[in-house]
Design a protein around this ligand. Sequence first.
Ligand code: 13P
Ligand code: SF4
Length: 301
Amino acid sequence: MDIKQEIRRLLKERNAVLLAHNYMRDEVQEIADITGDSLGLSQEAARTDADVIVFCGVHFMAESASILSPGKTVILPRLDAGCPMADMVTVEGLLELKTKHPGVPVVTYVNSSAAVKAVSDICCTSANAVKVVNSLPDREVIFVPDRNLGQFVAKQSDKTFHYWDGYCPTHERLKADDVARLKAEHPDALFICHPECNPKVVALADHACSTSGMYDYCRTSPAKRFIIGTEAGILYRLRQENPDKEFILASPALFCPNMKLTSLEDVLDALTTLSPVVKVPEEIRVPAKRALDRMIAIPRD
Ligand code: 13P
Ligand code: SF4
């Protein structure tokens, strides 16, 4: 039996569901039950009736699944798959920022630890950040940890923002010059990027959205050629779903080493041993869930 068949067999035997983020290796996306963006995967983790969730993504995503589904076993095949942006904000640092702005709500991007979510008012993803911020009655918000997403949202809101100076090292590597050069080479192409990119890059975009938003946009757009400003893993499904369209990665530097760690062998090992398990302790889970639940209650477009 080949490795993919063995994974499928074990998934059935364990009553497990395999979730994979849109940046995962092609072969991992290929065997997943569900692929999606951070919002879609957290919604799925909240509603699945599987006993086991195998999360092919990075650590904060498995934590979110554990927060939302405490009765389930959540497995992250590679425990070393972290998110450098999530690690840029600490509970102590956030509490300090909160004391500087008393009473101002904290909007926390899901790319953050469970402990940081636990001291936040509401979470957001790149797919719903504008809606989340604008749903709040307050005139000011503290936005952590992504300064780039924060600035993207601030342009679509009349609130005053207090930022955290975090960023995604992968998206930050894409430079406005890379985009300008490709746009000059391919004048007919649309440039689509993730709001984690630097604001100078986002300013050049025809459209900026979450990873799943890119699938919808490219599928429905009449354009035939797209320059893509997000992690390379997105290309797998874009090309599969749009065989008549051309997708050009905006820079070879758009490669997240953490998202690429998980191999099929890791998934097989994880299903065989039912480990490594990610379990958020109750004293963090309960307040973190409040912030995630407030986000999930906001309908997706
Ligand atoms: P989305 O898939 O929610 O757009 O998130 C991008 C990301 O960087 C996840 O790590
Ligand atoms: Fe974190 Fe950026 Fe990698 Fe996403 S792409 S997991 S934000 S480092």
